[in-house]
Design a protein around this ligand. Structure first.
Ligand code: 5AD
Ligand code: SF4
Length: 501
């Protein structure tokens, strides 16, 4: 995977970060979330907060994949905290290991089974010493494979799909009674309503930039993609829940929220006066919340980029000038085979409209090389599109067959060596564009949100509006401050800046 250092991870993209305990570390920084929730009392409760002998229960959460998994891990972590679990940062220290998985490409899914193999050894060792280890598998692999996981990996006690996380405490209870549990239905109720609000302490611990899931699932059915099957149909969370959650985040010190959804710009809901809102209107409303200084959203589909959202980019200083807008290919023939329902020209026109509204916007994208039937000429079309758009960052992948998707049955699968060669060329071009983007930032005066300590104690790391990590002198301010700086120099994966007098 090509991942430029300052780029937002695509929502569905697999990333190699690991979470420690349930403060899942995203590529950005520790992020936060929760929902204040009237139905909290009705949520399932795990029996004992402590184990016999007064020891607390210890959980290690490992998160693979996209930011939505990071968010979900945080929410499950909050539920486990309420049930008396303490977060630990190693498998060895845990009596429950929760793996939140990604199914987007074959490699991502296979990682889960090798991890389960290692856990089986650990459990055997524990059992030999008179102890035990519980293992729960959540996420998209859980949804896609269900009871197959129990068959392939006897170490697993609970398999739980993304729509049933509110049932996790109850599932763990059942597993403690000896049952092997599979929860992969798509229940009518909203899982977020059944998960507890994060305590203010947890939000603060996760930092000043937080994720907030507003939409889940996908109805687009791109022919390469498993998401419509693992995450289900598009569902938008209601406006009042989102506002309440954003207000809670703000009152716990969060300054920046990233709205998440597999198709985040397909979000819609009933706003003030019962009017139908799209993401543009939602962002406008969230920008009014005291304390929320910055808003981002990811991931968007080109077809759902409506006028109101583009206008929000034009009008709202709170909406950061960064847009992750995957196109996947620059060839109309391949776009059609992918069922993207837009052409390369549609995409380029859209980019033009967005740039007319917000000239300094940084664009990032996702690309798949070697989709079935992709010829050299198709690939050159993709390279031309990239050259024309000039991206600030992008993620790119070799096509990976996903069982059950239409792409898996297509003829003309592309040779691996050809895929590798195309990927290398594409990533080279993107890397050049990313470097040029960084160089162009030198001399610019920008506002940074100071997010975390730097590697050296006299440094802090902030984020530019374009999502780049920027290293500054720690004397410049406190974490959570927004400071004005001048970019002085590009580094390998970040920029350097100095205070503006
Ligand atoms: N093979 C390769 N890449 C894929 N993606 C989704 N499905 C596949 C697949 N089967 C990529 C797309 C998507 C990103 C999250 O992952 O580029 O936008
Ligand atoms: Fe997958 Fe396409 Fe939906 Fe994105 S829009 S989640 S790539 S099916």
């Amino acid at each position: 995977m090509a991942s430029t250092p300052h780029c937002a991870e695509h929502l569905n993209a697999e990333s190699p970060f690991s979470s420690q305990g349930f403060t899942a570390k995203s590529p950005r920084m520790t992020q936060a979330l929760l929902t204040p929730d009237a139905k909290l009392a009705a949520a399932p409760v795990v029996e004992a907060a402590a184990q016999p002998g007064g020891q607390s229960k210890k959980v290690f959460v490992k998160t693979y994949g996209c930011q939505m998994n990071v968010y979900d891990s945080e929410r499950m972590g909050d539920a486990l905290t309420r049930d008396g679990y303490e977060s630990v940062d190693s498998v060895e220290a845990a009596d429950l290991v929760l793996i939140n998985t990604c199914h987007i490409r074959e490699k991502a899914a296979e990682k889960v089974y090798s991890q389960l193999g290692r856990l089986a050894k650990l459990k055997k060792q524990r059992n030999a010493e008179g102890g035990d280890l519980m293992v729960a598998v959540a996420g998209c692999v859980a949804q896609a494979e269900g009871s197959e996981i129990l068959r392939r990996a006897p170490v697993v006690d609970v398999v739980i799909g993304p729509q049933t996380y509110h049932l996790l405490p109850e599932a763990l209870n059942r597993a403690r009674r000896g049952e092997r549990v599979v929860e992969t239905d798509f229940p009518a109720e909203d899982k977020f309503d059944g998960l507890p609000a994060a305590p203010e302490k947890s939000i603060r611990a996760r930092g000043v930039a937080a994720f907030l899931t507003v939409q889940e699932g996908c109805d687009k059915f791109c022919t390469f993609c498993v998401v419509p099957y693992t995450r289900g149909a598009e569902v938008s969370r209601p406006v009042d829940r989102i506002i309440l959650e954003a207000e809670r985040l703000a009152s716990a010190g969060v300054r920046e929220i990233t709205l998440l959804g597999q198709n985040v710009n397909a979000w819609h809901g009933k706003g003030a006066g019962d009017r139908e809102w799209g993401l543009g209107e939602l962002v406008r409303r969230l920008a009014q919340i005291n304390g929320i200084e910055r808003i981002r959203y990811t991931t968007s589909h080109p077809r759902d980029m409506d006028e109101a959202l583009i206008a929000a980019h034009r009008d709202l200083p709170e909406l950061m000038p960064y847009l992750h807008l995957p196109v996947q290919s620059g060839s109309d023939r391949i776009l059609k085979a992918m069922n993207r329902r837009h052409t390369a020209a549609d995409y380029l026109r859209l980019v033009e409209r967005i740039r007319a509204a917000r000239p300094d916007i940084a664009l990032s994208g996702d690309f798949i090389v070697g989709f079935p039937g992709e010829t050299d000429a198709d690939f050159e079309d993709t390279m031309r599109l990239i050259a024309e758009v000039n991206y600030a960052a992008a993620f790119s992948f070799k096509y990976s067959i996903r069982p059950g998707t239409p792409g898996a049955g297509m003829e003309d699968q592309v040779d691996e060596a050809v895929k590798s060669e195309r990927l290398a060329r594409l990533q080279d071009l993107i890397a050049q564009q990313t470097r040029a983007f960084g160089r162009d930032c030198v001399g610019k005066v920008v506002d940074l949100l100071l997010e975390k300590p730097g590697r050296n104690t006299d440094q802090l790391i902030g984020r530019s509006p374009w999502l780049q990590p920027v290293i500054v002198d720690a004397k410049l301010g406190e974490i959570g401050d927004i400071v004005r700086v001048r970019i002085t120099q590009p580094g390998t994966s970040s920029l350097f800046a100095e205070v503006v007098e």
